[in-house]
Design a protein around this ligand. Structure first.
Ligand code: UDP
Length: 134
């Protein structure tokens, strides 16, 4: 299996809930290594740039406002099938549809405040890691 890297963000709602450590433990138990990390308050421009692909979507403004509403924890994860593995750990975008035991089922409140971001493809992962870690 391929060793991949993916970008993960623990969003402001989960940081505020004080569950960074619990989420990191899930990455570690799944064999994903944290190979870069930073705790950051995103600027509006950074959040808009990161979610540029969603710029035309109706939820874009609220998403950007939410992402800058408090600090986030950003990390690059490395491991076998890291992109898919992280998506499986996260669960569905809407926590009401997320499988039991996933991060979003356990820590997220709503589709807007849904605890974590994870790259959805290897190509996006490379771009997103570059966006935050150069
Ligand atoms: N989002 C939202 N309302 C929606 C769909 C998405 O607020 O109806 C937000 C949500 O925070 C989601 C992010 O936009 O995590 C990016 O959406 P995407 O479809 O890429 O979901 P993800 O990859 O995060 O599961």
């Amino acid at each position: 299996m391929a060793i991949e890297r993916t970008l993960s963000i623990i969003k402001p709602d989960a940081v505020a809930k004080n569950v960074i450590g619990q989420i990191y433990t899930r990455f570690e138990n799944a064999g994903l290594k944290i190979v870069a990390a930073k705790f950051a308050q995103l600027t509006q421009a950074e959040a808009e740039g990161f979610y540029a692909v969603h710029a035309e979507r109706p939820f874009f403004k609220d998403l950007v406002s939410f992402m800058i509403s408090g600090p986030v924890m950003i990390q690059a994860l490395e491991g076998e099938n890291a992109v898919l593995k992280n998506r499986e750990l996260m669960g569905a975008t809407n926590p009401k549809e997320a499988a039991a035991g996933t991060i979003r089922a356990d820590f997220a409140e709503s589709i807007d405040a849904n605890a974590v971001h994870g790259s959805d493809s290897l190509e996006n992962a490379a771009n997103e890691i570059k966006y935050f870690f150069g």
